[in-house]
Design a protein around this ligand. Structure first.
Ligand SMILES: Cc1cc2nc3c(=O)[nH]c(=O)nc-3n(C[C@H](O)[C@H](O)[C@H](O)COP(=O)(O)OP(=O)(O)OC[C@H]3O[C@@H](n4cnc5c(N)ncnc54)[C@H](O)[C@@H]3O)c2cc1C
Length: 305
């Protein structure tokens, strides 16, 4: 079984998520080859073939041209799986590749169970296991779901891809920084986040007070943001910010994979949840089984004293 892994490269750098693709292939037990549309200096250090196309020539992103490069590697490698990270790059490019190859696409894989791909449904409240029925399949994996254990260990064999026809009606213009936000969670040393367990908007200040007492910032899970209780700039997770503070306190947050992907690299994680079996317990250093609305004000009061 062979997997062709499509690296992520942005503003001259290989993104770490590329190594998560390798971790996924290892877990699947697949032989791996990679595609990097980037620069030779950034070729991932993995064993196996790396197909390199020059981003200087083909653009850091251009769906027309990048699709042609991926298809050229597919032709040479004949993989069973073509694997992307479930990122804005993967969302855009994977379906284009799947449609051209008439291959099944399985999106946002979070695990491999008995050779089947586990994906979330109903906003990830439920999981289902699927297998493709086409000869080849295009996959996207959830960032953060496949842990990298031995990054930068291998020796790649470089093969270059040069397109005979690299023409496109699209031109890559560049990246623009997102609008300036009222808070930059990526720099915070302490984050105290509110989850749906806080119950209602009026309770958010209870969590914000603890953040203030600890000299930190307020974070939030997605439902809290979607409900309009907190601004999106505070959201932690795959569609919010990826953070790695010294201390992360999760208040009434269940620990869905999309939230964990954004905070599990925090140095020390405290979770407060009334459910002792909440999945957040798997990444928490300390799980306090309590009602947030009782425990948090008491803790804040003690800290203020
Ligand atoms: C494509 C996609 C992208 C997503 N991106 C993100 C993202 O960036 N960030 C994100 O957070 N989510 C994201 N999600 C949503 C994610 O799947 C979960 O639905 C979400 O993280 C759940 O938020 P929550 O833990 O606050 O709520 P819930 O899952 O509802 O959990 C609430 C928790 O609070 C506990 N609780 C309830 N009452 C109390 C109380 N009084 N005291 C203590 N504990 C209590 C419950 O036991 C439960 O564990 C995304 C989903 C999809 C499909």
């Amino acid at each position: 079984m062979k997997a062709l892994l499509i690296c992520e490269y942005r503003e001259g750098k290989l993104l770490d998520a590329s190594y998560e693709l390798a971790a996924f292939a290892d877990k699947l037990g697949a032989e791996k080859a990679m595609v990097l549309i980037g620069s030779e200096a950034e070729v991932p250090k993995v064993n196996g073939t790396v197909y390199l196309a020059d981003a200087g020539k083909y653009g850091e992103y251009n769906p027309d041209v990048h699709k042609k490069i991926v298809l050229a590697a597919v032709e040479r490698e004949n993989p069973d799986y073509i694997v992307f990270v479930h990122s804005s790059y993967g969302w855009d490019l994977a379906p284009r590749v799947a449609a051209t190859l008439k291959a099944a696409q399985i999106s946002e894989i979070v695990n491999i169970v008995d050779g089947k791909f586990e994906v979330g449904i109903c906003n990830s409240k439920l999981r289902r296991n699927v297998t493709p029925t086409t000869g080849k399949a295009v996959l996207t994996i959830q960032a953060g779901a496949f842990s990298v254990t031995d990054a930068s260990q291998g020796v790649p064999q470089l093969e270059r891809i040069d397109l005979a026809d690299g023409a496109s009606s699209l031109e890559f213009v560049g990246y623009e920084p997102a609008e300036k936000k009222d808070v930059d969670l990526t720099r915070a040393e302490v984050i105290v986040s509110a989850g749906r367990g806080v119950g209602k908007k009026e309770n958010v200040p209870v969590i914000a007070s603890l953040a203030k007492a600890l000299g930190g910032e307020l974070g939030a899970s997605r439902p809290v943001v979607d409900a309009g209780w907190v601004e999106h700039s505070h959201q932690v997770g795959t569609t919010g910010q990826t953070v790695s503070p010294k201390l992360y306190v999760a208040c009434g947050i269940s620990g869905a994979i999309q939230h964990l992907a954004g905070m599990k690299k925090s140095d020390f994680i405290v979770a407060i949840n009334k459910d002792k079996d909440a999945p957040i317990g798997e990444v928490a250093d300390v799980l306090v089984v309590a009602d947030v609305l009782q425990f948090v004000p008491a803790l804040t009061g003690m800290l203020q004293k």
